[in-house]
Design a binder for this molecule. Structure first.
Ligand code: FES
Length: 357
């Protein structure tokens, strides 16, 4: 018989009402006798609006004033749409238009919401009731009737009897989604292998690291302690086609910290230069650009779903939904002191989909 070490009581299986069902094996016993007692409802406290008719009137006024305010907000938004039209090629007009429509809609929604909540809390009936739970399972009759309906449908349709029709229908339903697969394949470039396209970036041995978006190459001596930059391969801005696609794969975040703060595995010891490290800027969760660098902790935050990477420790994930570290770009300096890549990334950048291949 199992026993509770602290109380010395025997543990016996019991249902929630405390009814014991006999001795249970250790680890399966349910102790109902020590369960927290149902505290019940606290004593009912009437609201001021229940006790004082003047307060009730005041609350009523507040609610309809808020609803009128909401109407004003909506009308204001319509007026703003007409008064501040969007003029093509004029970003200022877009800003004004969005600002005033936004103010109107925000006022309308806010007043509507506050009015509804205030109405519910201060004026609607304040009674506490108990809603008993009922078993989810249907009655035996309902369940028997459901089986009967299925059997009737089977008999009437001949689904079980006409095997040729049944099998061809199942086949048709299985094949039906296949055109979608073929159509999706059509989204990828026809003449190139899409896997290779996603795996390779513009980085290669000797490519200089350049500032984004100017494209100016960066000297190691220009990277100050604690700074972080978005970096692209030199020459990317000169591409005539596919510039954005290439940038989306090869953009890198460059960070400098004290060399003694870096935790590097032996195989990566030569991938950094004097405390300067470069990591892919594409989050390994679903591919947002990471970019919020906290120089005291060396943590890098992805704003989309709050994944955090420790740049000092090979960009390992320390929080959030990302499943693998940011890929590191091995870097060095050339004879003129410019930062260069030692090679392309040694693993695919972007979402961890790649890990599941
Ligand atoms: S994309 Fe970065 S955390 Fe989701």
């Amino acid at each position: 018989m199992a026993s509770d070490e602290t109380s010395g009581k025997d543990l016996t299986a019991a249902d929630s009402s405390g009814v014991e069902h006999g001795t249970a094996a250790a680890g399966t016993a349910v102790v109902a006798r020590d369960a927290v007692a149902n505290p019940g409802f606290p004593p009912h406290r009437p609201r001021v609006t229940d006790l004082d008719p003047r307060k009730e009137k005041q609350a009523e006024r507040a609610v309809y004033t808020l609803f009128y305010l909401s109407i004003v907000g909506s009308v204001f938004a319509i007026a703003a749409y007409m008064i501040f039209p969007i003029v093509p090629e004029d970003p200022g007009s877009v800003r004004l238009n969005n600002l005033f429509i936004g103010i109107g809609l925000a006022l309308a929604l806010l007043a509507l919401g506050i009015g509804a909540v205030h109405w519910g809390k201060a004026l609607m009936h304040d009674e506490e009731g108990i809603d008993e739970r009922h078993p989810v399972r249907g009655t035996d009759e309902t369940r028997a009737r459901a089986v009967e309906i299925f059997q009737e449908a089977n008999t009437e349709s001949g689904f079980g009897r006409r095997t040729l029709i049944r099998n061809s229908l199942i086949g048709a339903l299985v094949v039906f989604p296949l055109p979608a697969v073929v159509l999706f394949r059509g989204l990828a470039p026809q003449d190139q292998d899409p896997v290779a396209l996603l795996k390779q970036t513009m980085w290669e041995k000797g490519t200089r690291l350049a500032l984004d978006p100017s494209g100016a190459p960066i000297k190691a001596s220009d990277v100050t302690l604690g700074s972080s930059f978005a970096v692209i391969p030199e020459g990317l801005m000169d591409l005539e086609h596919g510039r954005l696609e290439e940038k989306a794969k090869s953009v890198v975040i460059l960070v400098r910290m004290k060399p003694q703060d870096l935790i590097e595995s032996p195989e990566r010891a030569s991938w950094s230069y004097d405390g300067i490290v470069a990591y892919s800027k594409i989050c390994t969760h679903v591919g947002c650009p990471v970019g919020l660098y906290e120089q005291q902790t060396h943590h890098l935050l992805c704003p989309c779903h709050q994944s955090q990477f420790n740049v000092a420790d090979e960009a390992k994930v320390i929080f959030g939904p990302a499943k693998r570290p940011l890929p590191q770009l091995p870097i060095a300096v050339d004879a003129e002191g410019y930062l260069i890549a030692q090679s392309d990334f040694l693993e695919p950048v972007g979402p961890s989909f790649w890990e599941r291949q």
